[in-house]
Design a protein around this ligand. Structure first.
Ligand code: SF4
Length: 317
């Protein structure tokens, strides 16, 4: 995960809950991908370390366990760059230029200049991230499947050129995650300022929920609403599923106004965030421990990475 700012409810539902569950069945390796972040945030590089530390605090507060999983900062394991170099040599330019996410991000992210050599090659670094640990599987969303396929192609090309099965195919662990829109009904994103962050206080959460866009056709409290067209109701289905049928009635029969409906939702979201907030507060006071976790994680990650790199160098030279 790239450390580019505060984590929000979208990260909790889309990744962190899933990651925490995976720890029961897999040896997990979680990377703070600061080199990936640098590819787009190279002008704000000084902030990345702090973002990384805060991100790890959120991870641990959400159940990622440093005693079970390896948690490390990508830039502490230089082997990522070495493997990226070997893989870059044999990755055809056309594979990168055709990458749909690359084109989309060039179009959508206009606040920074991403017409760079590194940004074009970020899927190669991503492939190195996976192959360095000889990962059996990566937990990804469906939109990431083309990247994983590219990683497999690169791995196959490496094996074929050097005539040895150094890397095997890595499978995707696809998990159905509820898609949560932002407060303004657009994609939840820090750059739109429409997120509920894991570090928000109870009051901030309530204020944000009350500001959410609702069914535009429900102008007065006495107008029956259309909960299925309201983003607030979709939050009910995720954070207050047992009360969702009741909320449906409040809305469609005009039994409750939108402000009450939203305030009630805020209580449920705060209930979900409360244990995370509590754990977070403790960890925030002890950033040295987070630094130690990253240091120990990097040591463990390096052991695996160095073994892979010896093998890679042996077949290449
Ligand atoms: S009552 Fe609730 S679900 Fe209905 S429009 Fe208002 S906020 Fe949305």
């Amino acid at each position: 995960m790239r450390p580019t700012g505060k984590l929000h409810l979208g990260h909790l539902l889309g990744a962190l809950k899933n990651w925490a569950a995976l720890q029961a069945n897999y040896q997990c390796v979680f990377s703070v991908a600061d080199w990936h972040a640098l590819m787009s945030e190279y002008e704000n590089s000084k902030e990345l370390r702090g973002y990384g530390i805060n991100m790890v605090i959120d991870w641990i507060a959400c159940g990622i366990d440093p005693d079970r999983a390896i948690i490390y900062l990508q830039s502490d394991v230089v082997e990522h760059l070495e493997l990226q170099m070997f893989l870059s040599c044999l990755t055809p330019l056309g594979w990168l230029e055709r990458n749909p996410t690359y084109k989309e991000q060039l179009r959508e992210i206009t606040s920074r200049d991403l017409q760079t050599y590194a940004f074009l090659g970020y899927p190669v670094l991503q492939a190195a991230d996976i192959l360095l640990y000889k990962a059996d599987a990566v937990p990804i969303g469906e939109d990431q499947l083309p990247h994983l396929e590219l990683c497999r192609e690169i791995a196959r090309r490496f094996n074929s050129i050097y005539k040895k099965e150094v890397f095997s195919d890595c499978k995707a662990i696809l998990t159905e995650t509820p898609r949560l829109l932002g407060l303004d009904n657009r994609k939840m994103s820090k750059s739109y300022g429409n997120t509920i962050n894991l570090s928000d206080s109870e009051i901030e959460v309530e204020k944000k929920v009350v500001s959410m866009i609702t069914d535009p056709k429900r102008l007065r409290k006495t107008d029956p609403g259309h909960p299925d067209k309201c983003n607030v109701y979709s939050y009910y289905q995720v954070f207050a599923s047992s009360q969702a049928p009741e909320a449906h009635q409040w809305c469609s029969k005009a039994l409750k106004g939108c402000v009450d409906c939203k305030k009630n939702l805020a209580v449920h979201i705060n209930k979900e965030l409360s244990p995370i907030r509590e754990k977070r507060a403790g960890l925030e006071k002890d950033k040295d421990t987070i630094e130690d976790i990253l240091k120990q994680g990097a040591q463990k990650a390096r052991l695996i990475a160095q073994k892979t790199m010896s093998e890679v160098r042996e077949v290449v030279y």
